[in-house]
Design a protein around this ligand. Structure first.
Ligand SMILES: [Zn+2]
Length: 142
């Protein structure tokens, strides 16, 4: 079994874990559900028992979604503005706003799953069964 570093932790392939997370599946087995509701990460996998409550996705998924959707929306609006037939301003309101909201809502679980998968694969934030410490936990030494 390949090891990632001197801690002798087994390697967790990053891309398959992120892809499983993007499919809203467990980053470890790819079978169990990652979310218990729309954006609430389940405490653990119902198939393999991998614990998910260690994740700290925090604001990363919304930032990623804003970056992706913002660039696509601005590009689409600029393309429509540069087209030969000008569109009525209300067209932007009735087409672009719902499209932006819908695409953001669809991308949020996908990006959150990818972030949780990345954290699991890289042993971040308590996903390390050996270290099992949290960056924000008080270890009593301070
Ligand atoms: Zn699992």
């Amino acid at each position: 079994m390949p090891y990632t570093d001197l801690t002798l932790r087994p390697a967790r392939p990053t891309w398959p874990a992120m892809l499983n997370g993007m499919k809203c599946r467990c980053p470890n087995c790819g079978q169990g559900k990652l979310f218990s509701s729309y954006l609430k990460v389940a405490d653990q996998c119902d198939v393999c028992g991998t614990e998910f409550f260690h994740h700290r996705a925090d604001d990363a998924p919304p930032y990623i979604v804003i970056t992706i959707v913002g660039h696509l929306a601005v590009g689409a609006v600029l393309h429509m503005e540069m087209s030969s037939t000008p569109l009525h301003p209300l067209t932007y309101l009735w087409v672009m706003i719902p499209l932006i909201i819908l695409s953001s809502l669809l991308l949020l679980p996908v990006t959150k799953g990818a972030v949780v998968g990345l954290q699991w694969a890289r042993y971040m934030h308590g996903f390390d069964p050996v270290g099992a410490h949290d960056d924000f936990e008080d270890d009593g030494r301070s």
